[in-house]
Write a protein that binds this ligand. Structure first.
Ligand code: KMT
Ligand code: NI
Length: 179
């Protein structure tokens, strides 16, 4: 079962550590923020979901020390980019093939980080305009499929500029209308 909890916000500790505040978060709470979690144990199931939601593109990323030719600084530089609070203008799916990682999802109602630990078979549908960030765990390895509705777009819009982003504002108003 996927693990989700509020982040302890202790920035003195490496972000790849668990940072578990001890306060769990349910899938229902994630759902209220527009984040859908599924466990899909076959690629076929992922393909059907992609078809249902009209996703036309995908790629696979491998993030590990090895993928950075054992250059720890290069890996860390990449992780620092992923760990910046950002959003994307399209809904995007992440499907974990191997290894593990943490997706931190901004709970914009309570203004807190929710940490979701993802492993092989976990799938997250991340709505357009939601603030999030990503890191590896201390295992330093993940293989994930990124699914895009249209062209593979990997553009991240960082906070604080993204506060003014139209997609972000739409996302926030969608939260208000269903809570
Ligand atoms: C994101 O949106 O920040 C990511 O998806 C990070 C890398 S995918 C495992
Ligand atoms: Ni992102």
């Amino acid at each position: 079962m996927v693990e989700a909890y509020y982040h302890d916000d202790n920035d003195l500790v490496d972000f790849r550590e668990a940072h578990n505040s001890g306060e769990p978060v349910t899938l229902e709470q994630l759902g209220k923020l527009g984040v859908i979690y599924k466990f899909l144990n076959t690629q076929d199931k992922v393909d059907s979901l992609a078809k249902e939601r009209n996703y036309k593109n995908r790629d696979t990323v491998n993030i590990s020390l090895l993928s950075f030719k054992n250059n720890e600084d290069a890996l860390l530089a990449k992780l620092n980019v992923f760990y910046k609070e950002h959003l994307h203008e399209d809904e995007e799916i992440r499907y974990i093939l191997d290894g593990d990682g943490y997706f931190d999802i901004r709970d914009s109602i309570l203004n807190k980080w929710i940490r979701v630990k993802v492993e092989s078979g976990d799938l997250l549908i991340v709505p357009a305009g939601i603030y999030h960030r990503f890191t590896l765990t201390t295992s330093n390895y993940i293989k994930a499929m990124r699914l895009f509705q249209d062209e593979p777009k990997w553009l991240a819009i960082n906070k604080p500029e993204a506060d003014e982003n139209a997609t972000h504002k739409e996302y926030l108003s969608s939260l208000l209308s269903c809570n």
